[in-house]
Design a binder for this molecule. Structure first.
Ligand SMILES: Cc1cc2nc3c(=O)[nH]c(=O)nc-3n(C[C@H](O)[C@H](O)[C@H](O)COP(=O)(O)O)c2cc1C
Length: 159
């Protein structure tokens, strides 16, 4: 069974998530970074995992575009969807729902909210201002959870 992880942002939490998924799935798993600007042919992949970071409440446009452009093909495959974000509870669920088309969410075998990371020293002054307002932190923090990634994969590949 060939699996591909399609994502945006190789930095921070999305990068960590993709690396962990690759490590857990081994040789069956390929990766494709939408930041390259290239497109990917989904033929030959039975399982597709799609994810990225939430910034300003949104998934990167490249991921949104990919989901729209390939919706019909994705609905024929086993799909897992994930976000990396700092919000928890209902706010994170709402971010997940806004990140992907509703048809794709309804079809997905697994969805994951993996947590996120804030490294204040790596972001601009303006971003820091926004992070304080949205995420309400004055410090560098991580809520990234390897256990949530493992659970997501178990759910995706069960049965
Ligand atoms: C400028 C900026 C805006 C962000 N906006 C949100 C947000 O709207 N909601 C949220 O849950 N997390 C938000 N975050 C936290 C990110 O989702 C978190 O940093 C996550 O790890 C993914 O981004 P990364 O690639 O920086 O790791 C934001 C982070 C930054 C730096």
């Amino acid at each position: 069974m060939r699996i591909v992880v399609i994502y945006a942002s190789a930095q921070g939490c999305p990068g960590k998530s993709v690396a962990l998924i690759r490590r857990l799935l081994g040789d069956n798993c390929e990766t494709f970074n939408l930041d390259s600007g290239a497109d990917i042919d989904l033929n030959g992949y039975e399982t597709v995992i799609i994810g990225g970071p939430i910034r300003f409440g949104r998934m990167p446009a490249s991921v949104q575009r990919f989901c729209q452009n390939h919706l019909a093909a994705l609905l024929q495959r086993r799909v897992g969807l994930f976000i990396c974000s700092m919000q928890g509870g209902g706010a994170a669920l709402q971010e997940l729902q806004q990140a992907f088309p509703s048809e794709l969410l309804a079809h997905a075998r697994a969805t994951g909210i993996f947590g996120g990371e804030i490294h204040l020293e790596r972001i601009s002054f303006i971003e820091r201002f926004i992070v304080r307002a949205v995420v309400r932190t004055e410090y560098s923090v991580t809520t990234f959870s390897e256990e949530r990634v493992s659970r997501f994969l178990r759910q995706l590949l069960a049965g």
